[in-house]
Design a protein around this ligand. Structure first.
Ligand SMILES: Nc1nc2c(ncn2[C@@H]2O[C@H](COP(=O)(O)OP(=O)(O)OP(=O)(O)O)[C@@H](O)[C@H]2O)c(=O)[nH]1
Ligand SMILES: [Mg+2]
Length: 352
C-alpha cells in the first residue's frame, strides 16, 4: 500500500483586544464609555477537493497561520475580523491530531469542510460594561488566543497515470527520472515485479501541480493467458485517468516492428476487461538516444494516422522529458474535470 504523509502546524488568529475609551465631544461633558470590541481571529479551515491528489505541497509548506482580529477602537468601532486560511486536501485524506494521534476527520467526499483551529474571540470594549450604576467602566478585555495545533495527514495514494509497455522499454527509468521513486532498473525483462508509485511535481508556486504515476511490470504477448507475469497487476492502473504507453525504438528491443509492439500491448490491455483500452493514452518513443531511425519514423507515421500524441524521449540525455511531464500534467488536469461517474470504478483493494 502506498501512503502519502505530511505533518502540519496551524495557528488560528488571536482575537483583537477590546478598547478602553470615552466619548469626547464639544459641549458634551463627561461623555460615556465608547471603547469598541476586538475582532475575531481568523479560523484555519480544511476542505476536500477533487483537484488535489497528493499531500506533497504540505510537506514543502508545513506551517499555516490565520490573521489576528483587529483591536477595537474608540467611538464604538469594532475591530475587523481576521482573515481565515483555507487548506485544500485531496479526497481520501485522513486527519490525525499530531499530539494524541486521535483521528480528527476522514474526508471521503469532495467539498467537505471542517474548522481545524478556531480563531480567538475578540475582547469586549469598555462600552459593553456600562450599566445604570456603573457609568464610567474602565474594564475591557484582551482578545482570546487562537488555537494552535499540529496535525498528521495521511492519504492512500491512487495512481493518476499508469505506465505500460513491453518489458525493458524503460518504464522504471522514466518514473525514476520524473519522481523520487527509485525502482530497480536493469537491462533484462521483468526487472519490475511489483508496482512502484511516484509523485511527480510540475511547475512552481501557485501553478504547481502534482500527480501520481504507477510503474508496473512489463506485458508480453499472451499476458492475459498468463504469459510472463500475466496481467493481474493491471488492476493497479484500473482507476488511473491516463495511460502512458512506452515503445522502445532502439534495436535493443529485439523486436522488428514498433507498430506491432503497440498493437500487441493494446490487445493485452483490451483482454484484461476493465476498459483499459478506452482510457486516454499518451504514446512515448523511448531510448531515442540510440533510436533506429526507421523504427521511429514508422511509429511516428502510425501515431499520426491513429491521431495519437507521440513524445519521443531519452531518459539518458533527458531529451523530451520536460515536454512529456507537462503533457501528462495537462492531461491529468483535463481528466479531473470529467465527472467521476464516467471514470471506471476502483477495484476493491484501491478503495480506502
Ligand atoms: N540508451 C537508453 N537506455 C535506456 C533508456 N531508458 C532506459 N534504458 C535502459 O533500458 C533498460 C531497461 O530499463 P527499465 O527502466 O528497467 O525498463 P522497464 O520497462 O522498467 O523494464 P521491466 O521492469 O522489466 O518491465 C535499462 O538498462 C535502462 O538503463 C534510454 O532512454 N536510453
Ligand atoms: Mg521496470
Amino acid at each position: 500500500m502506498f501512503i502519502d504523509e505530511a505533518t502540519i502546524r496551524v495557528k488560528a488568529g488571536n482575537g483583537g483586544n477590546g478598547c478602553l475609551a470615552f466619548r469626547r465631544e464639544k459641549f458634551v461633558p463627561r461623555g460615556g464609555p465608547s471603547g469598541g470590541d476586538g475582532g475575531k481571529g481568523g479560523d484555519v479551515v480544511m476542505e476536500s477537493s477533487e483537484r488535489h491528489n497528493t499531500l506533497v505541497h504540505f510537506r514543502f509548506n508545513p506551517e499555516y497561520k490565520a490573521e489576528r482580529g483587529r483591536h477595537g477602537e474608540g467611538a464604538n468601532k469594532t475591530g475587523r475580523d481576521g482573515e481565515g486560511v483555507l487548506l485544500k486536501v485531496p479526497v481520501g485524506t485522513i486527519v490525525y491530531d499530531g499530539d494524541t494521534g486521535e483521528k480528527v476527520f476522514d474526508f471521503s467526499q469532495p467539498d467537505e469542510r471542517i474548522v481545524i483551529a478556531r480563531g480567538g474571540r475578540g475582547g469586549r470594549g469598555n462600552a459593553r460594561f456600562a450599566t445604570s450604576t456603573h457609568q464610567a467602566p474602565r474594564e475591557h478585555e484582551e482578545g482570546r488566543p487562537g488555537e494552535e495545533r499540529t496535525f498528521r495527514l495521511e492519504l492512500k495514494l491512487l495512481a493518476d497515470v499508469g505506465l505500460v509497455g513491453y518489458p525493458n522499454v524503460g518504464k522504471s527509468t522514466l518514473i525514476s527520472r520524473i519522481s523520487a521513486a527509485r525502482p530497480k532498473i536493469a537491462d533484462y525483462p521483468f526487472t519490475t515485479l511489483e508496482p512502484n508509485l511516484g509523485v511527480v511535481l510540475v511547475g512552481k508556486g501557485p501553478a504547481e501541480k502534482s500527480f501520481v504515476v504507477a510503474d508496473i511490470p512489463g506485458l508480453i504477448e499472451g499476458a492475459h493467458t498468463g504469459a510472463g507475469l500475466g496481467t493481474q497487476f493491471l488492476r493497479h492502473i484500473e482507476r488511473t485517468r491516463l495511460l502512458v504507453h512506452l515503445i522502445d525504438v532502439s534495436d535493443g528491443s529485439g523486436r522488428p516492428d514498433p507498430v506491432q509492439d503497440v498493437e500487441v500491448i493494446q490487445g493485452e490491455l483490451a483482454s484484461f476487461g476493465a476498459g483499459l483500452e478506452r482510457k486516454p493514452v499518451i504514446m512515448v518513443a523511448s531510448k531515442i538516444d540510440v533510436a533506429n531511425k526507421d523504427k521511429l519514423a514508422k511509429l511516428k507515421k502510425y501515431c499520426k494516422k491513429q491521431n495519437l500524441e507521440l513524445f519521443p524521449i531519452s531518459a539518458v540525455t533527458g531529451e523530451g522529458m520536460e515536454k512529456l511531464k507537462y503533457a501528462m500534467a495537462a492531461k491529468v488536469e483535463e481528466m479531473r474535470h470529467v465527472p467521476s461517474s464516467r471514470r471506471p470504478l476502483p477495484s476493491e483493494d484501491q478503495r480506502p
